[in-house]
Design a protein around this ligand. Sequence first.
Ligand code: BGC
Length: 784
Amino acid sequence: MFIKLPARPAAHARRSRHRYIASVCALACAVSLLAPQAYAQGKPALLGDKAAFIDDLMSQMTVDEKIGQLRLVSIGPDMPAKKLADEIAAGRVGGTFNSVTRADNRPLQDGAMRSRLKIPMFFAYDVIHGHRTTFPIGLGLASSWDLDVVATAMRTAAEEAAADGIDMTFAPMVDISRDPRWGRTSEGFGEDPYLVSRIAEVSVRALQGEQKPIAADRLMASVKHFALYGAVEGGRDYNVVNMDPQRMYNDYLPPYRAAVDAGAGAVMVALNSINGTPATSNVWLLQDLLRREWGFKGLTVSDHGAITELVNHGVARDEAEAAQLSIKAGTDMSMADQVYLSQLPGLLKSGKVAQQDLDNAVREILGAKYDMGLFQDPYVRIGQAVGDPPSVNAESRLHRAAAREVAQQSMVLLENRNATLPLKKAGAIALVGPLADSHIDMLGSWSGAGVDKQTVTLKQGLQDALGTKTELVYARGANITEDKHIVDYLNFLNWDDPEVVQDKRSPQAMIAEAVKAARSADVVVAAVGESRGMSHESSSRTQLTLPENQMALLKALKATGKPLVLVLMNGRPLDLNWARDNASAILETWYTGTEGGHAIADILFGDVNPSGKLPITFPRSVGQIPSYYNHARLGRPFTEGKPGNYTSQYFEEPNGPLYPFGYGLSYTEFSLSGVTMSQPVMKADGRVDATVTVKNTGRRAGATVVQLYIRDVAASVVRPVKELKDFRKVLLQPGEQKEVRFTIDAKALSFYNAKLEHVAEPGEFQVQVGLDSKDVKTASFTLE
Ligand code: BGC
């Protein structure tokens, strides 16, 4: 039987899930009184030796107990708490996801302690960009180009989740996305293999910590979605991925590899197929690449229902074959489907699945539990009932200061005509737009245990910053959209408590009110964009434009002649052609999380100088997609300023992006010197330094990101026009200058060639240094 759970567990099923959690709670109180204190599974004497301990434990397990370990289940309509507790006590469950408090998880662990071998459960959850405290979404974190900022968010999330009895997170999500139509672009860290890989490493380390087994205040990371999920054809979720091996190895696989090398304990297998074979049943992916080539020694978890979906993919005739293919390929644990439970006994009997296949999977699951520290103490993160927080959502459990600081770093200033920003805290400000006072949208997608009411909206943020000195006139101005079909889609699964709530007034009436507010003010701040559900799993779009009614609002505001500041909230690059030409200023905030309103106000009023840079290209139109900066060299490249005919371009609109990768303004200005190379020639095992001087030529302190790109001038295969290889965020006082030195070694020049060998080929390399990917200073050197 397939446990049908909403496809959007975090964003759309919060309320219904909580109903089930309440019933677990009732059970908790009864059972935890009986909680056994002896954790006597396996031989405690062997606890210091992981392999010996697991071998010993496995020698005691029945086949049914082994199969039970492969199941990762969620409490839901088909698995009420009572049934789950019984299943666990019978040794038929390995772990759960979506139960997110100590009080919920304790009775489940108690159940495991009543099972014959007392093998502990683990508890997983989607802790993606925060837990109780919500930090900016992945694109926002990546916009900081600051690994310490990312680490703060991830470490805080891990601490909060661990304090709620959670042992594993389905994060980091490191899918490279070059197609903004894909709704899950919002979850990832953008389009660049280097930037995403650095973030992947730092995230894994921050989530798991350095200790082994993982400390009580950290979680195991399950990097996802392995692999290439961000490359679904046409940006349509769950679609196929077809990709040549060189592109895979050079552009899409590095972030997963970086997470594995950083020690990620688990890998979540992607839902998509890759060149005709679903990831879930992909022997090459899960064995040759992941385990043999990369040396991964941890647990693989299927995505939600993915094993059963092998039948839909058309590679399995029925559920039995689906189970056979996936366990033999190396998908250890099955999330939210029952086919391992129902099919493996028969498959083992018929010999279609060998005992060894089952044992391999069980060994990884037990190994992960060992690494989470659960054999030493199954309650390591659950603790004693007496220590449970009186209220899980208590204000005191939030990390608001960290959330505000991280959010301040995650925004990108795209335009600022006539120094419209920062705003003065004087006169009157009109605040309009469907996102100006929407708590739920501050959270962004996959907000886990974040509570909408605990977020600071922009309206609240501005009010707090202004006090009584300045008048703030608010008018909603528009709904997110007037398209009923879209509203229904976004509210699917959440009818009783819809996320997208329509103002019943006519669009004209709402605009009229907003225009009146604008006329009465000195400046207009318009919070527009997408509701969070528009940038989510299963939220692919064919357009990148703002919905029509929001555009009508903006045009009416523009007609008032008042300076128009756009505060964008969205989870993907949008088509900003009109905004770029008409807005006085544009601040890309993505979704900023719990303290978003305060952080945006900090930027708007100049208490903090924006320093974010785009981790993803903004195309001019959907037709330009894919529009990533590091595309391959061409025989007939379009060259700006040269005649265009018979060069690679679209002729109806200017070529190149609207805003390039790495771009972002500041309230101050920076200048960059030319690039000096330490020497003209580099030996194969040597290094060269590229040095620039960056100067703050403006009147405010500010930070910028100096970016190093490299272009291989001639190689054995076609290489990208440029690739990011290093970056440095530099804070400068007015008039201050700093030297930035990048050290380049063979690793930075290496790529996978036609034989998939990782090589640095001798020859000339061009070094490009800039404050974005487009406007760069160049120099060159030769690799001997
Ligand atoms: C998503 C995963 C997520 C899982 C569990 C799936 O629908 O693709 O990213 O971790 O659900 O919530």
